[in-house]
Design a binder for this molecule. Structure first.
Ligand SMILES: [Zn+2]
Ligand SMILES: [Zn+2]
Length: 342
């Protein structure tokens, strides 16, 4: 089989997921028409696999799609899926349910495990300080008790600061009522941050009370649009730095499922305006998942539109190549074999 892009000659990277089509990190296929392409990372063009190499690979791809692939996003014409490091572009509707929420849920639970390791490491370090301190007589019993208890916290606190810094938003805005200038939204003040729904589904405005005149809705700091979205995602990630356990993630994703979409969940949690500090844990975790999903979904939609445009061109070419070079019965055999029936 070919090892390089047929258009720009960039070599395809190997993949470990496909025994019968081991080249390419992104593979496109159309089980109904029996087409198979390797997608080039450099020029984004699709290289059509020789017909005799498609049979087993298409079989394998359909099985992978059914059993192990996770659907990232889909349109009426194509679906983008992922298996390990391999990305699959499947032509035709996959009729799989999107597992996007579970994907982010996994990120939250692994954050939890990292956090626990960090706490443990901190306690061990504090323990060493305590033992050393006792030996040299430089530390009191009370001091060592304090250190032992706080070691984990000190280290996780430092890790959190290193990752996020001190402020979720920086800029210059004035209070509409008294003219006080805001320069930052600090993580430490996140509980008082107000979340208000907007006209756009799933979007929220962030409001911070003015420390000088006390204005909240008719003054204070107002963040909207992309500013608000970015700030909210940072504040929530900070808020849930310790992650969430599986039970919490399960409840949160179920909330989103019951709501019907990340946008609808956001609307339900925020209602007509809530303070972040007043949200219940499950609601807040669901809100973080929803906020990240909505952002990722927008990126995926752009990517999918791009892929769909490529697919239209490449399919036209493939139809010509297959039609001219391949005896039709062979193509029909492949089609039947993969799609089943007939
Ligand atoms: Zn190329
Ligand atoms: Zn003010």
């Amino acid at each position: 089989m070919f090892r390089r892009c047929l258009v720009c000659s960039t070599p395809f990277q190997p993949n470990e997921e496909l025994e019968h089509f081991p080249l390419g990190q992104r593979v496109a296929f159309d089980p109904a028409k029996g087409r198979l392409w390797a997608v080039c990372k450099a020029c984004k063009r699709w290289s059509l696999a020789p017909i005799e190499e498609r049979w087993e690979a298409l079989d394998e791809l359909e099985k992978l799609t059914r059993d192990r692939a996770r659907l990232l996003s889909q349109t009426d014409n194509i679906a983008l899926l992922r298996v390990g490091h391999l990305e699959l572009v499947r032509v035709g509707r996959a009729d799989l349910s999107e597992e996007a929420w579970w994907r982010y849920g996994r990120e939250l639970t692994s954050r939890r495990r990292r956090y626990e390791k960090l706490s443990l490491a901190g306690t061990v370090v504090a323990g060493a300080v305590v033992v050393g301190g006792w030996a040299s007589g430089g530390i009191t019993l009370l001091g060592s008790w304090f250190l032992m208890g706080r070691g984990g916290e000190a280290l996780t606190g430092t890790a959190r600061w290193l990752r996020f810094g001190g402020a979720a938003w920086r800029g210059t805005r004035s209070c509409a009522r008294c003219g006080h200038t805001f320069h930052a939204v600090r993580y430490g003040a996140r509980s008082g941050l107000g979340l208000f729904p907007t006209q756009e589904p799933g979007a929220v405005d962030l409001v911070q009370r003015c420390p000088v005149c006390g204005a909240y809705r008719d003054g204070g700091l107002h963040l909207e649009g992309a500013d608000a979205e970015r700030t909210l995602r940072r504040v929530l990630a900070y808020h849930h730095f310790s992650g969430a356990d599986e039970r919490q993630v399960f409840s949160a994703t179920r909330l989103i499922q019951e709501a019907g979409s990340p946008q609808e969940l956001t609307r339900i949690v925020v209602r007509d305006g809530r303070r972040l500090g007043d949200l219940q844990r499950t609601g807040a975790v669901a809100l973080e998942i929803a906020a990240n999903e909505a952002a990722e979904q927008r990126l995926l939609e752009l990517e999918l539109a791009d892929l769909e445009a490529h697919w239209r061109t490449e399919e036209e070419l493939a139809a010509i190549v297959d039609g001219e070079l391949t005896p039709l019965p062979l193509l029909e055999t492949i089609r039947r074999r993969v799609v089943g029936g007939g």
